[in-house]
Design a protein around this ligand. Sequence first.
Ligand code: ADP
Length: 196
Amino acid sequence: MFNLILFGPPGSGKGTQSERLISKYGLKHLSTGDLLRSEIARETPLGLAVKNLMAKGELVPDEIVIEMINSAIDNNPAANGFLFDGFPRTNAQAEALDKLLSQKNTEISIVLALQVSDKELVSRLVKRGQTSERIDDRNEDIILARLAEYNKKTAAVADHYKKYDKVKYIKGEGNIDDIFERLSDEIDKKKEPRFT
Ligand code: ADP
């Protein structure tokens, strides 16, 4: 299996690049943001429980997202590999994920970390807020709260995977096709180490 984490702050382009990567590499896309938004749209008990936290730009509790990912992995026994998008977002989630994967005799192959300046992130998210229905893109205060959550809790997840030498940094600004190429190059190098 080839399991990849697409890592980076809100607005760094994880959703856009995920779509392309899953189709090129035949991976199953697991986005905790999408899974949570679907729970909210269906008004499930879980959705109702997380709606206010998400609307404020705060993270939802670790137990909830870990359980969601656990079921998603179990529900896709035939997957060639997973692309994790928006997960793990805390060290506790990273440790839980490593454990879940090791129980399936697999592991994270690579962490691709998109780097985008704060100024560019805020401008992308404000722009998305003008057209999207996402309540957490609605105003700049919520966007700044999400970036603060990222810096406080999520940035450390890269350090966790650095210990295992799994992190590759990718410039996430500029042309979308060029960014995709940079991501693909790192994956190809990892998959065919003989040719590097
Ligand atoms: P973005 O990366 O653009 O902020 P996401 O769709 O990944 O958007 O996440 C939206 C919101 O969903 C987050 O602000 C948070 O409230 C919640 N969320 C998503 N994934 C997680 C996670 N792994 N742990 C905790 N909360 C999460």
